[in-house]
Design a protein around this ligand. Structure first.
Ligand SMILES: [Cu+2]
Length: 155
């Protein structure tokens, strides 16, 4: 997981460079940027041509960002879902608050992969592009876990 977070951070840093923001002092001052990292990503091994994806996006920056869309070469479509009263529904996007995090977890918000081109197996990973309002595109390798996998924080 640490490797995933580091990879995401590198991509985000590259995107910020394009906007000319160079501050990396980490002193906690509001600096007008979002500093995203992604961790705890996994996909339960799919049992059909649909799959869910879960991850946590942490924002160490002083400005909120927004996950606006998701894409992956592995699926015909990837959408962002929330769960309300046990039923899932698509959302336009989800905010990652300044100095906060956005959690996508089983039973809550999640990524929905539809029309998988092949069913990834446990031990493989799926490359996913997360598109953000401010931070541009962050590519994450989501590892495939057993279909019944729950992270230690689940339930
Ligand atoms: Cu869903």
């Amino acid at each position: 997981m640490r490797r995933l977070a580091a990879a995401a951070a590198v991509v985000v840093a590259g995107a910020l460079t394009l906007t000319g923001c160079g501050g990396a002092d980490g002193s906690g001052s509001g600096d007008g940027t979002a500093e995203l990292s992604v961790e705890s990503a996994y996909m339960p091994q799919p049992v059909s041509d649909m799959a869910a994806g879960f991850l946590t996006i942490t924002n160490d920056g002083g400005t909120a960002d927004r996950l606006t869309s998701v894409s992956s070469d592995a699926a015909g479509q990837v959408t962002v879902h929330e769960t309300v009263d046990g039923a899932m529904q698509e959302v336009e996007g989800l905010e990652i608050p300044a100095h906060g995090s956005l959690v996508l977890e089983s039973g809550g918000n999640h990524l929905m992969f539809e029309r998988l081109k092949q069913r990834p197996k446990q031990g493989q990973s799926v490359s996913v592009e997360l598109h953000f309002d401010r931070s541009g595109t962050v590519t994450v390798e989501i590892p495939v876990k057993p279909a019944t996998y729950h992270p230690k924080t689940g339930h």
